[in-house]
Design a protein. Structure first.
Length: 285
């Protein structure tokens, strides 16, 4: 716990933390900015300075937005829990908590919170969208479609109804996409295992820290080309493509093919050793 400081020292300390946060944001270091903001929150909460509930609520909304932008779901969860404890029950805080739990792979907890929100005056389309994704994970396709359609009625631009596609169709498409690779690259990936699944398993999500995004389109696992090979199965290079997640953002079959191609080439890029900045320069981010 910070030691008790005179008011002027508290003001200086908080100001210094805020300037560090702004500097990180301006440099595009979002995760570092989120960490600085978390420290700023901690100092503000522990300081002897007096803040009105209105000001603290505004700060809390700002914290949630920053952490959401950084996809720091652990911090979104912490702030939303603190907000409910400090300000009392509010559907906005509960939604933030439910969304964070979903992206942290705590699906049962997320479902319990989100389902309760559907019985309140809270028309947030993402509630229905996330519940649809949860229904998919339970293999309740009829319920998933109903919920996707409900979300789409509330926000037809952002909440698309997934394109119907099966695993075999996606396998055919990605093989056609591989034929488009330049010969020098195609030669390197011809023996690379590529698997198609509906979405990442619970085991895969929780095998990573932080947890893998449940809505990720694809992922490269194992050691990139050129690294020293190891005997461990988990280090063997392979690509996983998640066809239901790709179908969620496509809109139509042509767009699905484009998204699949982009996802496949992105993960091939990781296998070849390119980082995210290099992939962005290549138009594959």
């Amino acid at each position: 716990m910070p030691r008790e400081l005179p008011t002027d020292d508290w003001t200086e300390t908080i100001g210094r933390r805020y300037r560090r946060f702004v500097d990180r944001m301006q440099k595009g270091e979002l995760n570092a900015a989120a960490e600085e903001f978390a420290r700023l929150c901690h100092w503000m909460q522990k300081s002897s300075l007096k803040f009105s509930n209105r000001m603290m609520a505004a700060f809390t909304e700002g914290w949630l937005e920053v952490f959401w932008q950084c996809r720091r779901w652990d911090l979104v969860l912490k702030v939303s829990e603190d907000a409910e404890s400090y300000f009392g029950d509010d559907p906005e805080w509960r939604f933030a908590r439910g969304e964070a739990l979903f992206y942290l792979g705590r699906f049962d907890e997320a479902r319990e919170i989100l389902e309760k929100l559907t019985h309140e005056d809270f028309d947030e389309p993402m509630v229905f969208y996330l519940l649809a994704c949860l229904a998919e994970r339970r293999h309740d396709e009829q319920e998933a479609l109903r919920l996707f359609q409900t979300a789409n009625k509330l926000d037809s631009k952002s909440m698309l109804v997934p394109v119907p596609v099966n695993e075999q169709e996606v396998e055919t498409l990605y093989r056609e996409c591989l034929d488009e690779l330049p010969e020098k690259i195609a030669w390197h990936v011809k023996e690379l295992p590529i698997f198609v699944d509906a979405f990442p398993s619970d085991e895969l999500i929780h095998s990573m820290d932080p947890p893998l995004d449940p809505l990720v389109l694809g992922v490269f696992l194992g050691e990139p080309m050129g690294n020293e090979p190891t005997p461990w199965p988990s280090d063997q290079p392979r690509i996983l493509l998640f066809h239901k997640n790709i179908a969620k953002i496509a809109g139509d079959f042509d767009a699905l093919e484009d998204e699949l191609r982009r996802t496949l080439f992105h993960e091939v890029g990781h296998y070849l050793g390119f980082d995210e900045d290099q992939l962005e320069e290549m138009g594959l981010a």
